[in-house]
Design a protein around this ligand. Structure first.
Ligand code: CA
Length: 160
């Protein structure tokens, strides 16, 4: 599995990459917005971690342009707390999830795994996929029966 990390805070990007490597992911770190977008357009990744405040091109513009170019790779936005209002904006623009900084690296890993499971699930029959995703999310987050399902609830649980 190949993950593209577009993040100008190199130490943070590197810490994420180190954790992902331990889980057998291949990573590529790009610290510039424009270069990051070009990379996402040129090479195929399984998932993209995208910062918002980036040199030369911000994450929302990158997200917009990638979706316009029909890049349907799952994208998880990394956003600072001060940009909290941008979150909904991000999801409306085609992001699959977002994580608020500061975060724990293991949270990033968990969100990535949720997104990648969604992709796997899509290759199965839809009904089967629904049930599996629901079960996995509940098990993972320790959510009690009846409290809902899906990634939004899982995300909210993690943020608590
Ligand atoms: Ca940044």
């Amino acid at each position: 599995m190949k993950i593209l990390i577009i993040e100008d805070e190199y130490s943070l990007a590197d810490a994420i990459a180190e954790t992902l490597k331990k889980e057998n992911f291949t990573t590529n770190i790009i610290t510039d917005g424009e270069e990051g977008e070009n990379e996402a357009l040129t090479n195929v990744y399984d998932l993209i971690l995208l910062d918002i405040m980036l040199p030369n091109k911000d994450g929302f513009k990158i997200l917009n342009d990638l979706r316009k170019e029909k890049v349907d790779t799952p994208i998880i936005i990394l956003t600072a707390k001060s940009e909290i209002n941008d979150k909904l904006n991000g999801l409306e623009n085609g992001a699959d999830d977002y994580i608020t900084k500061p975060f724990e690296i293991r949270e990033v890993l968990a969100r990535i795994q949720v997104q990648l499971r969604h992709i796997e699930a899509e290759t199965q029959s839809e009904a089967e996929a629904e049930i599996e995703a629901e079960t996995e999310v509940k098990t993972k987050a320790g959510i009690q029966e009846g409290q809902g399902s899906g990634r939004l609830e899982f995300r909210d649980m993690v943020l608590i």
